[in-house]
Design a protein around this ligand. Structure first.
Ligand code: GLC
Length: 435
């Protein structure tokens, strides 16, 4: 294998935190990005959203500023979800933002320019399934599956493969440097018995993609269902879960992985969803990804007017508040070495290049914190939010951090009392500088 066969993962692993954006016509019904499938809408019924799509508050520079402030270092944007609507001006489709009568612009170009201007890297999500394209192979997920006439209509896979190639060539030629090609919509697991799993000609797509964009990262979903995959997979992308020990190969080595997560359950804008995660939960999730050697790709579904909903903005602001003082416990960090056993109610992240171990206190401890097995290894300990010293002593194999600061006597009680209050930073982090 040579360098052309794989992507450049160094920047990706270092970045650890990205923004996912699911935006398409489904923002209008605002009740899940799969609404066309869930409600079995015909193409004619769905057309209404295309005719009326009017993103009059579209402000991608605001999106990009919020992403950057939250500490995100790359964005993955749905150029086209399963519904088939293209955010870009594709010459191979009539179902595009540039042709939608009340939109008439290349939304993708503006998004790419805005995020680049904020210094973020760019990833393109692309759905292999396309519910709008007449030649897309039929499967049980297609909204038209229950329509017997549609279901039995033969599809021309050669024509569909050419369509995929053409669209991908467009995306990877006309928008400058693209850092990630993030595939989805490969529903090979529901194919009819006897059908090929390699519907998309994955190997040749991968070759073309790497020729057009050397160094680009490709996720595993291009070839889901094919084992072994016909190309080198750069990123594994589990969704709505955080694998307990990261993702590892058969030798137990960590592979490059990125968990994608929602703010409230669905990916497209959902007006009525109730289970929004709090900022604190989201910070905890980010820490959990990094402490298991992965990235977190956090999704926002902009509204049909082109804005981030207030609930999303609030959560991004919460992340920004924490990241402003704690990003060095995230960037460049990974799983702690095996000798560092996590203390009670804490997570470790570890920066091998800087020899720093970060203790994320999910629950603020009482007056001391025991660090198992760290005796002889610490040079210095400090609270990351203000780099104020935390004194410690060793006890056998362990280190005990003193979280009571300077002991003073209270006038009335005449007993020593702890004076180090829980820092008001959401989840406090202690930075351990190793010898
Ligand atoms: C799930 C959803 C899909 C979304 C994807 C992101 O597969 O069904 O709509 O785009 O997750 O990973």
């Amino acid at each position: 294998m040579n360098d052309h066969d794989r992507g450049d993962t160094a920047w990706f692993v270092d970045s650890r935190f990205g923004m996912f954006i699911h935006w398409g016509l489904y923002a209008m019904p605002a009740r899940h990005e799969w609404v066309q499938h869930i409600e079995k809408k015909s193409a004619a019924q769905y057309q209404k959203y295309f005719d009326l799509f009017e993103p009059d508050h579209f402000a991608p520079r605001d999106w990009a500023r919020m992403a950057r402030a939250a500490g995100m270092r790359y964005v993955v944007i749905t150029t086209k979800h399963h519904e088939g609507f293209c955010l870009w001006d594709s010459q191979y489709s009539d179902f595009t933002a540039a042709k939608a009568p009340a939109c008439r612009r290349d939304l993708l170009r503006e998004i790419v320019d805005a995020f680049r201007a904020e210094g973020l890297r760019i990833g393109f999500y692309y759905s292999l399934a396309d519910w709008h394209h007449p030649e897309c192979p039929m499967d049980k997920i297609q909204p038209a599956y229950n329509d017997l006439q549609e279901r039995s209509r033969p599809r021309d896979i050669v024509q569909y493969q050419a369509f995929l190639r053409n669209q991908l060539r467009e995306l990877l030629t006309n928008y400058g440097r693209i850092d990630i090609m993030w595939f989805d919509g490969n529903f090979s697991y529901v194919r009819e018995p006897g059908e090929s799993h390699d519907l998309w000609d994955a190997a040749n797509l991968a070759i073309m993609i790497r020729q057009l964009q050397p160094g680009i990262l490709i996720n595993e979903r291009l070839a889901r269902g094919l084992d072994p995959a016909p190309y080198t997979i750069d990123i594994k992308t589990p969704e709505q879960q955080i694998p307990a020990t990261g993702i590892r190969d058969s030798d137990g080595n960590l592979v490059v992985w990125e968990g994608c997560q929602t703010l409230s359950g669905s990916w497209g804008y959902h007006r009525d969803e109730e289970n929004w995660k709090s900022s604190r939960e989201l910070v905890t999730m980010l820490i959990n990804h990094v402490s298991r050697g992965g990235n977190m790709l956090l999704n926002v579904g902009p509204t049909a007017r082109g804005e981030f909903d207030d609930r999303a903005q609030l959560r991004l602001a919460g992340l920004a508040h924490w990241m402003r003082r704690h990003d060095c416990a995230i960037y460049g960090c990974t799983v702690a070495p095996a000798w560092a056993k996590e203390p009670e109610n804490c997570r470790y992240t570890y920066n091998p290049a800087r020899q720093r171990l970060y203790v994320h206190c999910l629950v603020w401890p009482f007056s001391t914190l025991l660090l198992p097995g760290l005796a002889g290894k610490l040079k210095h300990a400090q609270l990351l939010s203000d780099r104020s010293e935390i004194t410690f002593h060793e006890s056998g194999d362990d280190v005990i951090l003193a979280l009571h600061g300077t002991t003073i006597l209270s006038e009335r009680m005449r007993v020593p009392r702890p004076v180090m209050r829980k820092p008001k930073v959401g989840i406090p982090v202690i930075e351990l500088i190793l010898k």
